[in-house]
Design a protein around this ligand. Structure first.
Ligand SMILES: Nc1nc2c(ncn2[C@@H]2O[C@H](COP(=O)(O)OP(=O)(O)OP(=O)(O)O)[C@@H](O)[C@H]2O)c(=O)[nH]1
Ligand SMILES: [Mg+2]
Length: 443
């Protein structure tokens, strides 16, 4: 996962809060120190890291938890809110006819990302055309063509033609009946006048609705000044940060770009066509903190955080409470925890999982996450309301088929039934509790 180390260290900090016997000044100071360390390790700017942690400390020490919330839950919520705040506001993606211009320096991922975007829109039912506007690199057309063939969309280009604006003009004409036109352009070593001039000329011809700056996240905090320079020069409408997969400097790049006020619209998380994610700060942070939804963490702080404690989870299941977020968390827990696997096996959800089944579960989990990302809070909490028009909308928003959404709902209903059965079966409960208490799972 993106920013794995940062996620791990913050999760440990949150666990510390969830496990603490009481929330006092000493704990808060310790948590603030942990947070600072975690942010700095992820290359977040020192000033910003200090500002964030100071604010966390101030709020944690001064604010009263809202009614019904414990001090622990409140501190966790403050950390979540402050982390979301540094990443800026989410930006909506247009799902109708429009023209996108890709700009950026050498090798940042423009061409690859143009292909990923083509795939993104195609999966959402729009027609897409790619325009090969990189006239400088000899193999640029072939590279784009190869990617486009993989996605299954047409490319307009003229290998050998040296005038980018001419290709763009012809490409727009060629794709005039196409929904989304994505224009790839040439990179440069640095933001030189020559590049700006060409981009300006291309932009004029393109009349693009979106100008996406593609930035390699491995440059870390340098991403901030680069985004600003491009924005001043050509007026970008969004930033796509690429190579966030496995980049230790990803935290630096994300926060630095967000600080400039340029919205981050997508992030690239790998070399494959599918490795593109819509960027939503709240979702990104709640995932970074390790759960489908931060709210469920706050509701069931100790259960979810203290994942090793199968007992806690079993208790929650006994209460019969179960929404889509619970289902997601439980499936996620199953992929991580040995003992819980046995608990689930005992409940009859699954037989013992083989390695292949585990992989299948993880694949399913990824798909479910993508689908759930397109649901509203209300739908996640009360899946009963998801009927056919909502199914269609969710499928479109997530790039999946309606059948996939239905499969998720079916899985949910089955699990819910199993939980219900379990919560009414005292004997099975007692048996389970005994085994949990003795630390043995003999199934
Ligand atoms: N790991 C990873 N690699 C990526 C990602 N995006 C792009 N790449 C790789 O980065 C390299 C450069 O990508 P390109 O798409 O050719 O970059 P470009 O900006 O078009 O480069 P020029 O046209 O030369 O300016 C390729 O090897 C891509 O596979 C990403 O999100 N993650
Ligand atoms: Mg390129």
């Amino acid at each position: 996962m993106v920013l794995d180390n940062l996620g791990k260290s913050i999760r440990n900090t949150l666990k510390k809060i969830a496990k603490a016997s009481s929330v006092d000044e000493k704990l808060i100071k310790e948590v603030v120190r942990d947070l600072q360390r975690a942010l700095l390790m992820a290359d977040v700017n020192v000033k910003l890291a200090l500002k964030l942690t100071k604010e966390v400390e101030r709020r944690a020490l001064n604010e009263e938890p809202p009614p019904g919330k414990s001090a622990r839950e409140h501190v966790i919520r403050i950390i979540y809110e402050e982390l979301v705040k540094i990443l800026g506001e989410p930006r909506e993606i247009t799902l109708k006819k429009h023209v996108i211009l890709m700009v950026g320096l050498y090798g940042q991922g423009k061409t690859t990302t143009a292909g990923k975007l083509a795939n993104y829109f195609k999966k959402r039912g729009l027609s897409v055309g790619l325009v090969a506007g990189d006239v400088h690199r000899p193999a640029a057309y072939d590279q784009l063509k190869q990617i486009a063939d993989k996605v299954g969309v047409p490319v307009y280009g003229k290998p050998g033609e040296k005038k980018a604006p001419k290709i763009v003009r012809e490409g727009l004409e060629q794709f005039k009946n196409t929904d989304v036109i994505i224009i790839d352009t040439s990179g440069r070593h640095s933001l030189e006048n020559e590049l700006i001039d060409e981009i300006k000329r291309v932009a004029k011809v393109a009349g693009a609705d979106e100008v996406f700056l593609v930035l390699d996240a491995t440059v870390g905090q340098q991403a901030g000044p680069q985004a600003k320079a491009f924005h001043d020069a050509v007026g970008i409408t969004g930033v796509i940060l690429t190579k966030l997969d496995g980049s230790a400097k990803g935290g630096g790049a994300l926060s630095a770009v967000a600080e400039t006020g340029a919205p981050i619209v997508f992030i690239g998380t790998g070399e494959h066509i599918e490795d593109l994610e819509k960027f939503d700060p709240a979702r990104f942070i709640s995932r970074l903190l390790g759960m489908g939804d931060i709210q469920s963490l706050l509701e069931t702080a100790s259960e979810v955080m203290d994942e090793e404690k199968a007992e806690e989870l079993a208790k929650r299941m006994m209460s019969g409470k179960f929404n889509l977020i619970d289902m997601y968390n439980q499936m996620e827990a199953m992929t991580k925890m040995g003992p819980l696997k046995k608990v689930f096996a005992m409940l009859g959800f699954v037989d013992r999982l083989s390695d292949e089944e585990m992989e299948e579960l993880q694949r399913k989990l990824r798909d479910f996450r993508i689908i759930m990302d397109s649901m509203t809070r209300e739908e996640l909490e009360n899946p009963k309301i998801i009927k056919s028009s909502r199914i269609k909308r969710i499928a479109r928003g997530s790039g999946k088929k309606p059948e996939d959404v239905r499969a998720l709902l079916k899985h949910y209903n089955q699990s819910k039934k199993a939980i219900k059965g379990f919560s009414g079966n005292r004997k099975l409960q007692r048996q389970l509790m005994k085994q949990l208490e003795s630390g043995q799972f003999n199934i």
